[in-house]
Design a protein around this ligand. Structure first.
Ligand code: GRG
Length: 295
């Protein structure tokens, strides 16, 4: 049977349309920073988080021009994390999204600035979304929590500690939740604040879905680092083992990790039962895609 795939290409196109609006090339002394931001953001990334925002936004009847802008903002913030993750002081990776990492293409200082500027631009875009101010504040509050010390950055810290000392399974789980899960969960629940009507119960269900696929996504990321091909994945592989990273795959081994993946898939499926079967078809396709992804 041919596996149905999520329509990442449409998500990429919509996101790039808005990125081109927010990151217009310049002709002055700041041109280089915009160029470095565009180099990594308007790129070959899968647009996984934009896909979530746009698909769930459509499901909840959100205005597409608002979810399009939100998708671009989140992609900018995700891109910032990748640029900084590749820096010599972090993962020290020369390749990202099938091309030289930002600090290789430009230089380290420019890459730091490009990451910082994508982060701040992403927040700026959300602060000017055409939705009522309380909703904008809520979005910014939830997003900044998801990417700060109690979110993505906190997770990255645990990740770095895990290179120096072995982490327990629950510590690895916490690292995955923070480093990867929080921004993915935000992408799933954020459309609820834009939708004309979304009950708190549905928001809770989408958040639960987000955390479950976040774990699944990180596990397959780690599997790709072990078994993927650099040409397909677009980044250096085999790095986790080399740096003795504490990953769930390394801790559980082949057999148990498959069971764990089934658990997370089931949790994600169950969360979707809060919605009609037809409505969530694209999200069900997404779960199957994550489990089998090759990039
Ligand atoms: C602020 C100094 C500083 C560093 C931040 C937070 C952080 C560094 C790094 C975390 C970034 C990271 C590697 C998170 C893991 C999530 C993950 C699996 C990212 C890869 O996402 P994909 O596969 O990438 O969606 P594409 O390129 O397709 O968008």
């Amino acid at each position: 049977m041919i596996q149905k795939l999520p329509d990442f290409q449409s998500a990429r196109e919509i996101t790039d349309t808005w990125l081109n609006v927010f990151l217009q090339p310049k002709n002055d002394l700041t041109a280089r920073i915009t160029e470095a931001m565009r180099y990594s953001a308007v790129s070959e990334g899968k647009a996984f988080r934009p896909f979530l925002i746009l698909t769930i936004g459509k499901m909840l009847k959100c205005p597409p021009e608002i979810t399009g802008q939100l998708a671009a903002a989140v992609e900018m913030i995700h891109t910032y994390s990748l640029i900084h993750d590749d820096l010599p002081a972090m993962d020290n990776d020369a390749m990202r999204r099938g091309k030289p990492s930002n600090h290789i293409q430009f230089d380290e200082a420019t890459a730091i600035l490009a990451g910082d500027a994508l982060l701040t631009k992403g927040i700026e875009v959300i602060s000017t979304l055409p939705v009522p101010a309380p909703k904008r504040c809520r979005l910014i509050a939830e997003l900044t929590k998801a990417i700060g010390d109690k979110g993505m950055i906190g997770g990255q810290m645990i990740d770095l500690i895990g290179e120096k000392q072995p982490l327990s399974l629950s510590e690895i789980q916490q690292m995955q939740t923070l480093k990867t899960g929080e921004l993915i969960a935000f992408s799933c629940k954020a459309p609820c604040y834009i939708a004309p009507l979304c009950s708190p119960a549905k928001r809770v269900a989408l958040t639960r879905f987000g955390y479950a696929i976040g774990h699944l996504f990180q596990i397959t990321d780690d599997l790709l680092d072990l078994y993927g091909k650099t040409e397909t994945v677009g980044k250096t592989i085999g790095k986790d083992e080399k740096s003795h990273k504490s990953t769930m795959v390394a801790r559980l081994g082949q057999e148990k990790i498959r069971l764990k993946m089934r658990e997370y898939s089931q949790t994600a499926q169950e969360a979707l039962t809060a919605f009609g079967k037809k409505k969530v078809a694209d999200l069900e396709v997404l779960i199957a895609y994550i489990v089998n992804r090759e990039k």
